[in-house]
Design a protein around this ligand. Structure first.
Ligand code: ADP
Length: 267
């Protein structure tokens, strides 16, 4: 079975039976603060992210993208609703168990790379394993290092690398524990167009060739066009959820949001 055939299921986001899901959120609601200043960032989002798929999460600033990423990754707790990473439902977990789950089942790639400057490339890649007390699978680590093209850079420090190379290190680090899912927050936001293309092609290949699951927040329709699926948020809800239709159509969908009557954020 081709790895990304699960992408065919992406339209069934509200179908809650998903044995092959890497991440699943149900009635996810997040309210920041309390009345009268409460802000509802997510109004009750349902979504399934199948294993071996690549989803772009888009939408205007303030639409809830980061909140969705953070609650789905167990970095922040929702006000109500449920999140599964693999088979584990997060609301039942203690802080210690949640931290453990984040270290082993979730990878992160940020716009600003967030590498540790004092560590070598190899040490940065192995850090999540060290933190979670695992030795790791040597064959897998070798495969990851080969895939991201870093074999001859392992003893370098991050400052000795270009932005694109640093982001490749961050992707290798995110893959090291062989997580259920890699969450990317604007991973190409700090890169030039060509380097961004290389990083996106790498993310695409880790989905296609190693069967990983990627959920990526981006503003860029071209970046989103590397995904299988585009989920668009507005005012804390999913307003489009579609197989990736190409950069031009994605841009049109985003533009159409400007013409949508805006719901109030309060309450
Ligand atoms: P996006 O990532 O799409 O820009 P966010 O998830 O960051 O959107 O924010 C969604 C809404 O929640 C916005 O109205 C934002 O101002 C609000 N928000 C986000 N984080 C906080 C916070 N820590 N405290 C209060 N409001 C917040």
């Amino acid at each position: 079975m081709p790895m990304n055939s699960a992408a065919m299921d992406v339209g069934s986001a509200s179908g809650m039976v998903a044995a092959g899901s890497a991440v699943r959120v149900q009635q996810l609601r997040k309210v920041y603060g309390s009345e009268p200043q409460a802000v509802t960032a997510l109004v009750g989002v349902n979504a399934v992210f199948q294993r071996g798929t690549f989803t772009a999460v888009m939408g205007p600033s303030g639409s809830g993208k980061s909140t969705l990423l953070q609650t789905a990754a167990g970095l922040d707790r929702p006000t109500s609703g449920m999140v599964w990473v693999g088979d584990t439902e997060l609301s039942q977990l203690s802080e210690t168990k949640l931290t453990k789950l984040r270290r082993s089942k979730v990878g992160f790639v940020f716009q600003a790379f967030n590498l540790i400057g004092a560590l070598s490339v190899q040490e940065n890649i192995l850090l999540p394993l060290r933190l979670s007390g695992q030795r790791g699978d040597a064959a897998w680590i070798q495969q990851v290092v080969d895939r991201v093209g870093l074999t001859d850079r392992l003893t370098h420090r991050p400052a000795q690398l270009s932005g694109g190379q640093q982001q490749r290190v961050a992707i290798a680090r995110a893959l090291a524990t062989r997580p259920e899912v890699i969450f990317c927050d604007e991973p190409t936001g700090a890169l030039d167009t060509q380097t961004a293309g290389e990083v996106l092609a790498l993310l695409r290949s880790v989905v296609d060739e190693t069967g990983q699951t990627v959920i990526m927040v981006t503003h860029d329709p071209v970046a989103a066009s590397y995904a299988d699926r585009v989920m668009v948020l507005a005012d804390g809800e999913v307003v489009h959820d579609m197989p990736q239709p190409g950069a031009e159509r994605i841009a049109e969908h985003l533009a159409s949001l400007g013409r949508r009557p805006r719901a109030t954020q309060e309450g």
